[in-house]
Design a protein around this ligand. Structure first.
Ligand code: HEC
Length: 124
């Protein structure tokens, strides 16, 4: 009997440690729920190693709009809009969200910039 009680206790401890909270808090660029879209993972990696996070966060506005605001604004964006936003990341720009300027990222390929935009638009 004692043994059963002990192992039940051990199980509940394990469950308490293993459950919930994956991803929130520890990684500033990952969404709480990981979308299954393959572009998400690729975009996440690219954003994490580029300079995007000096001006953008998922939840807060810094120099640039938060990625959640961007995802909200372009909800349901078609591939044309994604191409256009990727161009803006590459060329830089201003005027859509205010007077702050996004610096250009000429080293990014169109394909990589589109993966980053797709990742951002999945952050809802
Ligand atoms: C120097 C600061 C800065 C950096 C670095 C930066 N951004 Fe921005 N970003 C901004 C600002 C400011 C805006 C708002 C521009 C505007 O109002 O038109 C913006 C807007 C955006 C938008 C929305 C564009 C639109 O037209 O609504 C996307 C998408 C975006 N950034 C992605 C990125 C990605 C991806 C990176 C990294 C490769 C990046 N940004 C790096 C400052 C920055």
């Amino acid at each position: 009997m004692r043994k059963i009680v002990l192992s039940l206790f051990a199980l509940s401890v394990l469950a308490a440690c293993g459950g919930g909270d994956t991803g929130s808090g520890t990684n500033p660029v990952a969404a709480a729920e990981t979308p299954t879209d393959p572009a998400y993972q690729k975009g996440l990696e690219l954003v994490a190693k580029s300079d995007c996070l000096t001006c953008h966060r998922i939840e807060e506005k810094l120099t640039g709009p938060s990625y959640k605001e961007v995802a909200e604004k372009y909800k349901g964006a078609d591939s044309g809009k994604i191409t256009e936003l990727a161009q803006k990341v590459i060329k830089g720009g201003t005027g859509t969200w205010g007077t702050a300027i996004m610096i250009p990222h000429p080293a990014l390929s169109q394909e990589d910039a589109e993966a980053m935009v797709k990742y951002i638009l999945l952050l809802k």
